[in-house]
Unconditional design. Structure first.
Ligand SMILES: [Fe+2]
Ligand SMILES: [Fe+2]
Length: 215
């Protein structure tokens, strides 16, 4: 409790993006997920705010998106499935799992329950897991922060942290390739937008036009 005030106590929400104060948003998240996940959410916010400071992005938007990014993660599968249909989300998602669902659904729930209309925040929540070819700065930051928050310990995360200190675009390129190769290695089904994200951010021009490789 003390920690959150110490770390991010300077941010005061203006009310122009959601109908909640920062403390109310924190409490909402705290009550919507396990304490383990809520701690992850707080680390993502801290990391995201550091990136916002570094890259000159609006902190209120970044804070809201970070705190809300996993809002839907622990909703029952049935509820999520119903929302995909009733909210006219991409029905192809039904062929995948909650890992793919919880971003877009979290954004929709934030809109329905707390009046979130602001597009940068909405897309940041919606795209945080697999990215998108057209992520604006808030979405870029949440995508990166979710991957590099301090408790992440997988192979390659340190390189992502180093990149994030220098160049957001390169970091996204790295993360999208890393995610894709991880899924390929595990022979997991790949949601098409993960490939689109990779194509948009990670493919170098050299490779894109290299037709010397014979298939
Ligand atoms: Fe997530
Ligand atoms: Fe997350």
């Amino acid at each position: 409790m003390k920690k959150k005030n110490k770390v991010n106590g300077t941010i005061k929400y203006t009310g122009k993006y959601i109908q909640l104060s920062r403390d109310e948003l924190m409490d909402t998240m705290d009550q919507s997920m396990s304490s383990r996940r809520f701690k992850h959410v707080q680390r993502v916010e801290k990391t995201a705010l550091e990136l916002a400071e570094r890259y000159g992005v609006e902190k209120e938007k970044v804070s809201i998106a970070a705190l809300a990014h996993d809002y839907a993660k622990e909703r029952p599968d049935e509820e999520m499935r119903d929302l995909i249909i009733s909210e006219n989300l991409d029905l192809d998602m039904l062929q995948f799992g909650t890992n793919i669902w919880h971003g877009p659904i979290g954004a929709v729930l934030m809109r329905n329950e707390f009046g979130l209309e602001e597009e940068d925040i909405f897309e940041a929540i919606a795209y945080h897991t697999i990215g998108s070819p057209e992520m604006k700065e808030v979405a870029q930051i949440i995508y990166v922060a979710d991957f590099i928050e301090p408790k992440r310990a997988f192979k390659g995360v340190d390189l992502a942290r180093e990149l994030a200190d220098k160049d957001l675009r390169q970091t996204i390129a790295y993360i999208s390739s890393h995610t894709l190769s991880h899924l390929l290695r595990r022979k997991n089904k790949i949601y098409p937008r993960a490939i689109e994200t990779y194509n948009a951010w990670a493919v170098s021009h050299k490779e894109e036009h290299n037709d010397s490789f014979v298939y």
